[in-house]
Write a protein that binds this ligand. Structure first.
Ligand code: 8YV
Length: 314
């Protein structure tokens, strides 16, 4: 490993944290501000590689306390918590874990859409509360097959969602930074235009400043009282206040959310709504996918330590 030294920033999957500690003698950045300042003043110059996750990331201030940093290796496909502009300016490489989680995240989007429209989680609560024998049949819900679905962000994950929902007979359109040549799906020039033509809007765009509030109050209004919003991307992409307001006032038919603006905080006003499904950011959370993400994280680290290059740079 030469003169390399590895720093863990933020909590990681326990097996990954263990490997970093045992096989790489990695240090862990302290949580408390006072300890952290002292630690960085003493040891900041030691580290050439950081391993972190999308939950934590490395901001510009932390980067400047690590003057010899060469790489930020991110466990997760989303890296919006790391300041990539600051990294680029300092010549620090950033890697993520694309592809290996695409299937699980797309599965979650479809599962969340079905649960939201068909209210399976709410129906389950109905059974468990002993209401079936007392109150009779569960109210009718909304059909999933053959709906019009709009996808915001037709990247790897967006495309995997589109492929799955095509098999459900859904009519797929999308909005993306650029129209995709030869795409079988209909392009909409703006999120508002997309929202006005679909029953379900699925958010699959990367987070960060470029997409903040892309699903605005206006987009939510356009989706309207018969429309559903599904978000498996980042809470920052949606105006959460506008979303909560629309759901509470019947201005949106329902929402399925795996991500939130300020995790792990979830707007409690939504807890009583059966047309809303709330998940604790679990889209990639299977043993198989997390093991693959861990392996790719370590491949990036090994490659950087051996050659200075990352396997999956962003
Ligand atoms: C992870 C994710 O839960 O990959 C991402 O961007 O949001 C999830 O797969 C998260 O990054 C791990 O902390």
């Amino acid at each position: 490993m030469g003169n390399h030294s590895v720093l863990q920033v933020g909590p990681l999957k326990p097996s990954l944290a263990h490997t970093l500690a045992v096989d790489y003698a990695a240090a862990v950045l302290p949580d408390s501000a006072a300890e952290r300042a002292d630690f960085l003043a003493r040891r900041g110059a030691d580290f050439t590689a950081v391993v972190t996750s999308g939950r934590t990331g490395v901001d510009a201030a932390l980067m400047s306390s690590l003057p010899n940093l060469g790489a930020v290796i991110n466990f997760g496909v989303g890296y919006d918590t790391t300041d990539v502009d600051a990294a680029e300016a300092r010549g620090v490489g950033v890697s993520n874990t694309p592809d290996v989680l695409t299937d699980c995240v797309a599965d979650t989007a479809v599962g969340l859409m079905i649960d939201t429209l068909r209210q399976f989680s709410a129906s389950d609560r109905y059974v468990r509360a002993g209401r079936w024998p007392v109150d009779g049949s569960y109210p009718l819900t909304r059909q999933v097959s053959n709906t019009r679905v709009g996808i915001i962000g037709l990247g790897r994950i967006g495309k995997a969602i589109a492929r799955r929902l095509s098999a459900f007979g859904c009519d797929i359109s999308y909005h993306n930074r650029h129209e995709i040549a030869d795409s079988p799906y209909t392009y909409a020039a703006s999120p508002v235009e997309l929202a006005s033509n679909v029953d379900v809007l699925i958010v699959a765009a990367a987070g960060g400043d470029g997409t903040r509030g892309l699903v605005s109050r206006e987009v939510i209004e356009e989706l309207g009282p018969r429309g559903y919003l599904i978000n498996i991307a980042r809470g920052s992409v949606v105006d959460e206040d506008a979303l909560v307001e629309a759901l509470l006032n019947g201005k949106l038919a329902g929402a399925g959310l795996d991500v939130f603006a300020d995790e792990p905080k979830v707007p409690e006003e939504l807890f009583g709504l059966n047309n809303v499904v709330l998940l604790p950011h679990v889209a990639s959370g299977t043993e198989q996918t997390r093991a693959a993400m861990e392996a790719l994280t370590l491949r990036n680290l090994d490659s950087f330590l051996a050659t200075g290059n990352l396997v999956t740079p962003v």
